[in-house]
Design a protein around this ligand. Sequence first.
Ligand code: ATP
Ligand code: FE2
Length: 330
Amino acid sequence: MVIHEPIILGFEGTAHTAGVAVTQGKKIIFNKTATYLPEHGGIHPREASEFLSKNFPILLEQMVYETPFGMKKIDAVAFSQGPGLGPCLRMTATIARAISLLLKKPLIGVNHCIAHVELGRMVTPAYDPMVLYVSGGNTQLIAFLNGRYRILGETLDIAIGNALDTLGRSLGLPHPGGPHIEQEAKNGKNVLPLPYAIKGMSFSFSGVVTAAQKLISKHEVADICYSFQEYTFAALTEATERALSCTKKPSVLLTGGVAANTRLQEMVQGVASEQSTKYYVVPKNLAGDNGAMIALAGVNMYKKNNFISVNHSHVKPRWRTDQVEVNWIH
Ligand code: ATP
Ligand code: FE2
């Protein structure tokens, strides 16, 4: 018997990235993004939502022309329902609702953080991993336990990506600072003293940023970047090691935008091998926000009928990972 794998249209739009994707089962058929880059400082929610409103129709049109079946075979429409910036979430939800009504296909509300995890589970062999999810807005240690993804540890203040971007701005590096700090750090030779903040399996980064900012103009940029990565990534890795020894999960999965960092990959891989645990990382082109993660989470949710009606599709700006009932893992 041939089982038809569901074809899902996914919309990502929690903050800076407009993402449209089509997936069939684990196969990514189409996946394109457009990313809003603020001229100065951080993201302005209204400007970001205007950016999304301009770019979703362009991406959708490309999808129609570049996939073999366009809109014709879509089984359901998935969208990022939260967490994220209110105006961006509302824009994304409006488009997803309209397409779902137009196609008369069910609507699936996906939690953005869980989508990073589901993408990792779909594109790597990880099935029940200890997840280190590191991005611009979130930093969490997540594991599946008793029907939900539980947060075992998380940042007590700002996310690691936000910390890297803030330091990058202070150093005069282009936005987002994360990849530029990684390049600078490769030439660093001296470890400068910085605070090391870890509490149980949680961590904090704002104090390290302030301390690193105080080193600017007194030390080489490369040494500051190198030291910042060593201290913050060591805290993340130590917490991952504790979580692993508590849960005895069979694998570690590194996901989220900061997962693209090779130094962090090396450190997490080291811990996995010490704990005799398998190590997986999402490919660089899928580490940051994208539509495929929403569509792939949608595939798993579709199979267990996790649909919502348009009337109940209000956005959830503060939706936590552990508030979602996960009925698609056994
Ligand atoms: P979320 O909503 O899940 O918090 P996000 O909005 O931060 O996601 P992502 O695309 O997942 O978006 O992550 C972006 C972050 O990843 C930025 O902070 C960026 O600096 C960081 N990043 C990207 N590449 C690297 C890298 N090579 N090294 C370190 N950080 C990186
Ligand atoms: Fe993200």
